[in-house]
Design a protein. Structure first.
Length: 191
């Protein structure tokens, strides 16, 4: 998504426009326009600049929105479509996407948190998501320790698959858990 069309940018442009119109109206002795421009334009401009300073752009979406639409709609639970919608929108006042989730999973570092770089919809025997992270100060080994909990955390019936990509990056696949892939059953000895 183009940063020019973020909500923070649009509010900043609106505030700047009102301020300029108000200033020109003041200089040309049009008190009605100058009053609205100055009294509304400056606060709107400052609000827009505040939004721009705390803006977190959406994660890059690798799959076109219509590509897996039919598979996405057959999803019995809507945890993954909600997650997709959450990470592909503008966020304000956060250091990273999924900040509260990663904090709850103890996969967070205040100084250098993991950053979600991209999201991709996948067909893995059902609808799934592939999230690519830059690890930051959280080591890959800590993600592996919490792998079993990751799937359950994001939705019932999900499994988390991790892959280290190198360069302090990794992929997290959230896919439907299947009975065959869950765990091999131990053999019992005859009595």
């Amino acid at each position: 998504m183009n940063a020019l069309f973020s909500p923070g940018s649009l509010v900043t442009v609106l505030g700047a426009s009102l301020t300029v119109v108000g200033s020109i109206a003041y200089a040309t002795d049009s008190p009605n326009l100058s009053l609205a421009g100055v009294f509304y334009g400056v606060p709107v401009l400052l609000g827009g600049l505040a939004l721009k300073s705390s803006e977190l752009p959406p994660a890059r979406r690798l799959t076109p929105p219509g590509a897996l639409k039919a598979l996405r709609q057959t999803q019995p639970a809507d945890a993954l479509p909600k997650l997709l919608g959450d990470v592909t929108r503008w966020r304000y006042g956060q250091k990273a996407h999924l900040e509260s989730s990663l904090e709850a999973l103890k996969l967070w570092d205040d100084d250098d948190p993991p950053q979600l770089e991209s999201v991709e919809e996948i067909d893995h025997g059902g609808y799934g998501l592939r999230l690519r992270f830059r690890l930051g100060a959280v080591p890959y080994s800590r993600w592996v320790e919490r792998q079993e909990r990751l799937g359950r955390f994001f939705g019932k019936g999900l499994r988390a698959d991790l892959r280290e990509l190198g360069g302090s990056r990794m992929e997290l696949d959230l896919v439907p858990a299947t009975a065959a892939a869950a765990e091999p059953q131990p053999e019992t000895a005859p009595s």
